[in-house]
Design a protein around this ligand. Structure first.
Ligand SMILES: [Zn+2]
Length: 232
C-alpha cells in the first residue's frame, strides 16, 4: 500500500532526478509537434488565438492539471514542464523578432482576397477558407455585392479587414446574398451586366447569347450583377 505525502513519489514519482532531462526532451518534442500541427491545421481553425497562445494553453493546462490528482505524476516534473515551455516560448518569440522568414512561416502574411471589387483568385485558391464563410462575413457587414468593396484582406489572425467603396463609387458587382448568387443565368441578354460566380469579373454582352467564357478565369458561370449602395 502506498503512503501519502511520501516525498520520493510526491515530488519525483519515484524516479531519479535525471528524469527531468527526459521531461525537457519531451517538452521540446511536444512543443514542436504542436506548432507544426496547429500550423498545418490552417489559420482559420484558430481564429483569435495565435498558434503560440494555443500551444501554451494546451501544454501548461495539462502540466497543471495532471499532478492535481494523479498520484503517479510528480510535482517537480510538472513544474519543470512550466519552466521548459516558457523558455521554449521565449526562445521562439526571440527568433521571430530576429527573422522575417520565421515570422512569415509561423504567423503567415496578410492576404489580399478582394481588390477593386473582384477576387484575387490566384491567391484566394490557396487559402483554406470556404467561400461560403467569406460571403457570410461580408454579409454581416451589410455588404450585398462585391462592387461595394474596394479591398478585403485576410489578416494573420484569421479575421477579415474590409475597405468599402464610397457610395458614389459603388459599381456593378457579384451579389453575395444566397438567392441572387445561386440564380445562375442560362440566357445572357445584351446590355445587362453579369458577374462571374467564380472570380467576380463583370461583363456586359454585346449581343444576346446562350453562354460566354469569363476572360479572367475561363469559366461559364454567370449571375446578374447588381450595383445598389450599401445600407446601414
Ligand atoms: Zn471568372
Amino acid at each position: 500500500m502506498k503512503e501519502i505525502f511520501e516525498p520520493a513519489r510526491l515530488f519525483m514519482n519515484n524516479l531519479p532526478y535525471t528524469f527531468l532531462l527526459e521531461v525537457l526532451f519531451r517538452c521540446i518534442v511536444i512543443f514542436l509537434v504542436l506548432v507544426i500541427v496547429l500550423k498545418l491545421a490552417g489559420r482559420r481553425g484558430i481564429k483569435q488565438l495565435s498558434i503560440f497562445e494555443l500551444v501554451i494553453i494546451l501544454t501548461l493546462g495539462s502540466a497543471a492539471g495532471d499532478p492535481l490528482f494523479y498520484e503517479d505524476v510528480g510535482l517537480l516534473p510538472a513544474i519543470c514542464v512550466f519552466i521548459f515551455i516558457i523558455i521554449l516560448y521565449r526562445t521562439t518569440t526571440y527568433l521571430i523578432s530576429k527573422s522575417k522568414r520565421i515570422e512569415h512561416w509561423l504567423e503567415g502574411k496578410p492576404v489580399y482576397l478582394i481588390e477593386d471589387g473582384e477576387f484575387v483568385i490566384h491567391k484566394f485558391k490557396k487559402e483554406f477558407m470556404a467561400i461560403d464563410e467569406f460571403f457570410a462575413e461580408l454579409r454581416l457587414r451589410n455588404i450585398s455585392h462585391l462592387g461595394q468593396v474596394d479591398t478585403a484582406i485576410l489578416e494573420t489572425t484569421g479575421e477579415i479587414s474590409v475597405f468599402y467603396l464610397e457610395d458614389d463609387k459603388v459599381k456593378y458587382g457579384l451579389p453575395i446574398l444566397p438567392k441572387p448568387f445561386n440564380d445562375k443565368q442560362t440566357e445572357l441578354n445584351m446590355d445587362i451586366f453579369y458577374a462571374c460566380r467564380f472570380c467576380g469579373n463583370i461583363k456586359k454582352p454585346q449581343k444576346s447569347q446562350k453562354q460566354f467564357t469569363c476572360d479572367k478565369c475561363g469559366r461559364e458561370d454567370w449571375v446578374k450583377a447588381i450595383n445598389e449602395k450599401r445600407l446601414g
